[in-house]
Design a protein around this ligand. Structure first.
Ligand code: FES
Length: 156
């Protein structure tokens, strides 16, 4: 089962907050991800029952937004912006650096279960490029030295 009883209660309350039930899909998906770490097909089906919405509508939202994980991730999901501004500030090279340092392929979970690295589109903080996000925390104005420090901190 995807959602805890508290999770289901949360989703039901979200349904009451909006004129359209469809508007509650994003908070509902966030709740599943918060509780479980990622969103599986069974989670979509369960939300469909709880929300009385077609699974296809929920699936569409989950697929469209990159912030929803469609497979298990490490404890720390490192999402590196590779969009234009960050790319101009070597965000793509920084992604390669992180993957090499962690000995990982993009989207894999590290053997210790700690890390998954993904390339993502603009994180909305272009003025502090290059930027990455670890779970919900932003790390900005990055270079290899700052990344080294960050990874050391996360390992502790
Ligand atoms: S391009 Fe990276 S935050 Fe906008």
């Amino acid at each position: 089962m995807a959602l805890t009883e508290q999770g289901k209660e949360y989703v039901k309350k979200e349904l009451d907050r909006y004129e359209s039930r469809l508007s509650a899909i994003i908070p509902a998906l966030y709740k599943v991800q918060e509780e479980k770490g990622w969103i599986a097909k069974e989670d979509i089906e369960e939300l469909s029952r709880v929300m009385d919405l077609p699974a296809s509508a929920i699936q569409e939202v989950a697929t469209f937004y990159t912030m929803f994980n469609k497979k298990p991730t490490g404890k720390y999901h490192i999402q590196v912006c590779c969009n234009v501004t960050c790319a101009m500030k070597k965000g793509r090279e920084l992604t390669d650096y992180i993957l090499k340092k962690l000995d990982l392929e993009e989207g894999e979970v590290s053997n210790d279960g700690l890390f998954t690295v993904s390339r993502v589109e603009c994180l909305g903080s272009c003025d502090t490029a290059p930027v990455l996000q670890v779970n919900f925390d932003y790390h900005e104005n990055l270079d290899e030295k700052k990344v080294d420090l960050l990874l050391d901190q996360l390992r502790k």
